[in-house]
Design a protein. Structure first.
Length: 156
């Protein structure tokens, strides 16, 4: 689970850089446009190398928790679907689904072994860059990001 949060960080960084370029920061990462994609690829390599059995367990747990949260959000809290942000998180399914498939055909911990080491490394890197682009394109627009940042700052 920790590695998944490592993967979200580079995406958040690039989206905030795009949507909130004048936001005051205590630290500004030099070369974020290069380092963030590298970090995302590296986090996905770690996820891939945990192996098919571990990834399958992780994705099942995440799916159960997500479904429970969505049910609570819509049925118990009776919040409108528009506020859930489905369109902004839609990239998560291809990310996890693609990583699970790559893991399934990979050669680590229960995978089918069709992807040996170097082809697996390359496939995960390419998939990661595709998903990163999809995630950035799916992110909140700048206006909504500004509203969210204002809400977050008011809680501090």
């Amino acid at each position: 689970m920790t590695v998944i949060t490592y993967g979200l960080g580079p995406i958040v960084l690039l989206v905030l850089r795009r949507n909130q370029p004048t936001l005051q920061r205590p630290f500004r990462l030099w070369g974020a446009g290069i380092l963030a994609p590298i970090a995302f690829v590296c986090s996905n390599w770690i996820l891939y190398w945990t192996g098919f059995r571990t990834d399958s367990f992780l994705y099942v747990i995440m799916a159960i928790v997500f479904v429970l949260y969505a049910l609570y959000y819509h049925l118990v809290a009776r919040m409108p679907a528009a506020e859930f942000g489905w369109r902004y998180i839609a990239w998560l399914l291809p990310w996890f689904g693609g990583m699970w498939i790559l893991s399934a055909i990979g050669d680590v911990d229960g995978g089918a072994g069709w992807l040996t080491f170097w082809p697996g490394v390359i496939a995960v890197a390419v998939w990661s860059l595709i998903i990163m682009e999809l995630a950035i394109r799916s992110a909140l627009p700048a206006v909504e990001t500004a509203e969210m940042m204002t809400k977050m700052e008011s809680t501090i």
